[in-house]
Design a binder for this molecule. Structure first.
Ligand code: HEM
Length: 409
């Protein structure tokens, strides 16, 4: 036993344990109450209270410092691994001024206006997914319903031709382990490299296609920025297209899946939402708060921080931000934070992060989820989830979602 092991048996923060994956919320409550700036055996500082999480994400004394952080965690050689090299160019892992430059190149495609204009297309894709299964009487809400929508939308935004997409619908959803705050094994790094190299090969072909046949899509836009000279390098181009492709789907699939599970575990809330569909936009915020599909992000102290919740953070140390815990902090949600309430007022979940890295796709994800869930409730009002008590969770912590969610009607 050491100082990290206390409370009702077991370590306070053991995020890949099956018990934690099944239901992290009692663990978060123990952290918030007993050790709000917890230090892990790997020396990371874990913040669980809303005020601290929110501050760390927005405060300029914190950043990503990806290359140094990765070298410290593994060794200098880690940056020779293709998957780490590629991640080091993601805007998600970049600090200003690179971050500002990379984000500036794509931000226009994600404005509220542009995304609002996508509503009819999103509705069409959702309707097609239901048409394809409606006579069957049963489906897997993840694979047959939630998964196709965000993948189709991001493929269209990136200008991936329709006859190239089948491989993306079938591709594995295993990349999430790269984000978890527990070092990767050699085998996991090997798999990460393999997936990354395949993606690089595919996207180089797509870039060639878009250079020859420009379209009204993000890939064309970025390829032209690359040709322009000093706006971005080929490595940055490839890495950020891979990021956009990946960031947009697993997260949205899980917002839809976790939201549907939460509703079916709370039949009164399900009935209320069916009776009052105008509550849907607020309900999506509550789903984000109640069981976020992204549970954590992190920052590195760029200078020594004298006092964070009573602890000193040395320069270069990592601070993990437990978004899912902040979202249930009674200091911000005094009225039954562990209860799903689709009529809750002033819900401002931290699920999309904060500060300069605030999720680029937030509005797109909200609208996709809103249309998907509203249409499902309207068109399949008798739908029942086969096993609401014990669904099968994916084994990742940062990306929280279900492997499958069979349902019948
Ligand atoms: C429910 C769905 C989603 C959730 C919960 C989510 C969550 C997040 C979070 C927490 C961050 C910030 C991480 C940080 O502060 O370090 C982030 C960043 C980002 N997200 Fe999302 N996301 C979702 C959907 C999407 C979609 C649909 C897209 C794009 C199609 C997208 C693209 C991005 C990008 C590019 C970044 C990096 C932004 C930057 O570093 O400036 N996300 N997301």
């Amino acid at each position: 036993m050491n100082e990290h092991v206390q409370g009702a048996g077991g370590p306070l923060f053991n995020p890949l344990s099956p018990d934690f994956i099944r239901d992290p919320y009692p663990h978060y409550e123990r952290l918030r109450t007993n050790d709000p700036i917890h230090v892990t055996p790997f020396g990371q500082f874990v913040t669980s209270r809303h005020a601290d999480v929110s501050l760390v994400m927005r405060d300029k004394r914190f950043g990503k410092d990806f290359v140094e952080r990765s070298k410290r965690r593994y060794s200098a050689a880690i940056m020779d691994e293709p998957v780490f090299r590629s991640m080091s160019h993601w805007m998600l892992q970049a600090d200003p001024p690179d971050h500002t430059r990379l984000r500036g190149l794509v931000v226009k495609a994600f404005t509220a206006r542009r995304v609002e204009d996508m509503r009819p297309r999103i509705q069409e894709i959702v309707d097609q997914a239901i048409d394809a299964v409606i006579d069957r009487g049963h489906m897997d809400l993840i694979e047959d319903f939630a998964f196709r929508l965000p993948v189709t939308i991001i493929c269209e935004m990136l200008g991936i031709p329709e006859d190239h997409r089948e491989v993306f619908y079938k591709s594995s959803r295993d990349g999430g382990r790269l984000l978890d705050p527990v070092p990767l094994t050699a085998e996991e790094i090997r798999k990460g490299n393999e997936g990354n190299l395949m993606a690089q090969m595919y996207f180089q072909q797509l870039f060639e296609l878009r250079r020859k046949n420009p379209g009204d899509d993000l890939t064309t836009q970025l390829v032209q920025a690359e040709e322009d000279g000093n706006k971005l390098t080929n490595e940055e181009l490839t890495a950020n297209i891979i990021l956009l492709f990946g960031a947009g789907h697993e997260t949205t699939v899980n917002l839809i899946g976790n939201g549907l599970l939460a509703l079916h575990r709370n039949p009164d809330q399900l009935a209320l939402l069916k009776a009052r569909p105008e509550l849907m936009a607020g309900a999506i915020e509550e789903f984000l708060r109640y069981d976020s599909s992204v549970q954590m992000t992190g920052r590195v102290a760029l200078e020594e921080i004298e006092d964070l919740g009573g602890k000193r953070i040395p320069k270069g140390e990592t601070v993990l931000c437990l978004l899912g815990s902040a979202n249930r902090d009674p200091a911000v949600y005094p009225d039954r934070p562990d209860q799903l309430d689709v009529t809750r007022q002033n819900v401002k979940p931290l699920s999309f992060g904060g500060g300069i890295h605030f999720c680029l796709g937030a509005q797109l994800a909200r609208i996709e989820a809103e249309i998907a869930i509203a249409t499902l409730l309207r068109r399949l009002p008798d739908l029942r989830i086969d096993n609401v008590e014990n669904p099968e969770w994916r084994p990742t912590f940062v990306l929280r979602g279900l492997k499958r969610l069979p349902a019948s009607w």
